[in-house]
Design a binder for this molecule. Structure first.
Ligand code: UTP
Length: 294
């Protein structure tokens, strides 16, 4: 029986170039979608998948992330004194429980693979999740829970994927599949035979891109230890996974849901609109405001 997935790595140390200057003083994962930071949704998604320990890989100037999950007696006291119970509960909803969050500095943004490697001592010898927090996923059950469910069926390594928009496969990491093997979830879970970072158009092995939720075995750390720089001069997680795939099983899960790339201006805007329209307390007002603008 496979070991349970208890820990998640959340790398947030990237530059956030595409959402500058907003991401200059506010780490991009603390930018709001409606009234909560992006990270709040992702931690909620992780909790729903049974994650018990969160390992944030942070960069310089991102202390606000740690502060967000910490108590703030001044704000909480003021809300309490004013009897604002609902807002207080909302503020407290995201507080970390004692000991469940670790913050590790990635001293230079050398790439996603390097960021994940920075978590090796805290993860130890057990399977773990990786969540790219700027990819916000609206899904029921939540996306990571779908990946954990797939992992419990087939073990090994799981990579969440979804169809790339028409003509855009060259912008993403794309997977190659063996659709005959491993189907445990209505044709959505398939054995992977390869993956390629940003294939030139016309050469892509499928239209499915790696969308930001992974379950990996700890052997990935040994590979990352000596992983040379790849595309863009960065230490790429995809390259290390391709090596691990020569030794262990990988399955791609085409999860059911919608992804919003909040590291991108339009993606962040779409997420705000979609999440506001999905909120029972805001839907009517949000719809009226959007319609008025159109
Ligand atoms: P991205 O490339 O999407 O994020 O990395 P970025 O670098 O912040 O964005 P741009 O391209 O400059 O706009 C995917 C995830 O990996 C993290 C990022 O924070 C993001 O969550 N990451 C990337 C790190 O933690 N460290 C790195 O060295 C690189």
């Amino acid at each position: 029986m496979s070991k349970r997935v208890r820990k998640a790595v959340l790398p947030v140390a990237g530059m956030g170039t595409r959402v500058l200057p907003g991401a200059k003083t506010t780490p991009k994962n603390l930018l709001n979608v409606v009234d909560r930071p992006i990270l709040s949704y992702v931690v909620e998604e992780a909790r729903a998948a049974g994650i018990e320990h969160f390992v944030f890989i942070v960069g310089r100037g991102q202390g606000a992330i740690e502060d967000y999950f910490d108590a703030n007696p001044e704000i909480e006291g003021a809300l309490e004194a004013k009897g604002k119970a609902e807002i207080l509960a909302d503020v407290r909803r995201d507080l970390g429980k004692p000991g469940e969050m670790s913050f590790i500095r990635q001293m230079a943004p050398l790439g996603l693979g390097h960021a994940v490697w920075c978590a090796r001592e805290v993860i130890g010898d057990e399977p773990f999740a990786v969540m790219l927090p700027d990819m916000l996923m609206a899904a029921a059950p939540p996306a990571l829970a779908q990946a954990v469910d797939a992992y419990e069926k087939v073990g090994g390594n799981i990579v969440a994927v979804e169809p790339a928009p028409e003509g855009e496969t060259h912008k993403y990491g794309i997977v190659a599949l063996d659709r005959k093997g491993g189907d445990g979830q209505n044709g959505r879970l398939n054995r992977m035979t390869g993956m390629v970072e940003k294939p030139p158009l016309g050469t892509e092995p499928s239209n499915l891109f790696i969308s930001g939720r992974y379950i990996l075995q700890p052997e990935i750390f040994q590979i990352l230890e000596t992983q040379p720089r790849g595309a863009g001069g960065e230490i790429q997680l995809t390259d290390a996974m391709a090596t691990l795939m020569t030794r262990q099983d990988f399955h791609a899960l085409e999860y059911e849901g919608t992804t919003y790339d909040c590291g991108d201006k339009i993606g962040l805007l779409r997420a705000n609109v979609a999440f506001a329209l999905a909120r029972p307390d805001l839907a009517n007002e949000a719809r009226a405001a959007i319609e008025a603008l159109l």
